[in-house]
Design a protein around this ligand. Structure first.
Ligand SMILES: [Cu+2]
Length: 373
């Protein structure tokens, strides 16, 4: 209802301005050009004041309806620094905004054309030039330095105890990888990518065509689509990449974002402050979810690229992790020791395309990639 009211007021204001302009046109015909121009001048002076007051009321009104309806407090410790920067920027630009806008409209009204008034010829003043160049330069430099310092923290080395998760964007979704027990991410190669069985192109097997050797570090990597689990109060470092076009890991609740670029890994770390359950309580929204939104227009399914982050306690995380199976076993179920403990190496060897000369665990786990396709 109030929206319609605001629209109606805006339309009304424009109708009034239009009518005044129309009326003054007729008046100028009747009265002659000179006196009509003077009258227009007075009207314009008052309109300047009207715009100033309406504009200030508009600023106050927008502030009033938006405050409390935005995202709320930062859900990460590092995000607090982003909020501090934003607030500082708002304070500095806010002060400048009010001073300049009020002076601009007030001067236009106050110093309008009058019979006996002569304009002062004021072409140049070096002192003023220096002041309004140096002061903004210093203020902006301070803002930039604070921003750079924070940027180097967020994108720099994560604390040693950080949980490391690899995030890969694809059209249209997110793929998360955890390094598994060896705490090491296995190698990937883009030509190994098969959306149905090897979504990240992990180098599971020897491949002579691509001159690749199977990387045993891939065997325990855990791959998860669309939901990332992280731990409250423990820093999490994201290693970000993309499988196709440029995406962007947007984390509005944590106040972070970082481009996901094919072939160029980017990193970012932050420390979640509240679990998802705590945020449900804090926001009073039982359906609250931490969200990864893709912040880069990346194709016609861009809008659907929503990833979920579950922030949980250490115990809940461990319980979740225990249930995860290495991705390798979902592509090679017959090699899962918990599923088929009786799988014999000789059987596996016969599936390999080019048996190596020496028997090794590596070869047994390698297998035939063509089988996947
Ligand atoms: Cu995207």
């Amino acid at each position: 209802m109030s929206t319609y009211f605001v629209i109606a007021v805006i339309v009304l204001v424009f109708v009034v301005i239009f009518q005044i302009a129309k009326a003054s046109e007729y008046v100028s015909i009747l009265k002659g050009e000179e006196s009509a121009r003077k009258q227009n001048n007075t009207i314009n002076g008052f309109l300047m004041l009207a715009f100033l007051f309406l504009g200030l009321i508009g600023v106050f009104y927008c502030h009033h309806i938006l405050s409390g309806r935005l995202l709320g407090e930062s859900a990460s410790k590092e995000g607090e620094k982003v909020d501090e920067m934003l607030n500082l920027t708002f304070i500095v630009t806010g002060i400048v905004f009010f001073i300049t806008q009020i002076l601009l409209f007030w001067f236009a009204y106050r110093f309008q054309e009058k019979e006996n008034r002569r304009a002062l010829f004021f072409p140049h003043n070096n002192t003023m030039e220096v002041i309004w160049t140096v002061v903004p330069a210093i203020v902006l430099s301070v803002l930039v330095v604070i921003g750079l310092r924070n940027w180097f923290i967020f994108t720099g080395d994560a604390p040693k105890n950080a949980l490391v998760v690899e995030v890969t964007g694809r059209q249209f979704g997110w793929i998360f990888r955890y390094p598994g027990r060896d705490k090491e991410f296995g190698k990937r190669y883009f030509r190994n990518i098969d959306p149905s069985s090897n979504s990240l192109g992990l180098v599971w097997a020897d491949n002579k065509e691509f001159n690749q050797k199977a990387d045993p570090a891939t065997y325990d990597d855990i791959v998860n689509d669309n939901t990332m689990y992280v731990i409250k109060n423990r820093p999490v470092k994201l290693i970000i990449g993309s499988r196709d076009v440029i995406h962007d890991v947007g984390l509005p609740h944590f106040r972070m974002k970082m481009d996901a670029v094919p072939g160029i890994p980017t990193t970012l770390w932050f420390t979640p402050k509240y679990t998802t359950a705590e945020m449900k309580e804090k926001t009073g929204n039982p359906n609250f979810q931490y969200e990864i939104s893709c912040d880069q227009i990346c194709g016609n399914g861009h809008y659907s690229m929503k990833g979920i982050i579950e922030v949980v306690s250490r115990e809940e995380y461990d319980a979740w992790m225990v249930k995860q199976k290495p991705y390798y076993y979902s592509a090679f179920p017959d090699r899962d020791p918990s599923a088929t403990p009786m799988a014999t190496p000789s059987k596996l060897d016969s599936a390999a395309p080019a048996p190596a000369k020496t028997a090794s665990v590596k070869r047994n786990l390698g297998g035939n990639q063509n089988k996947l396709k």
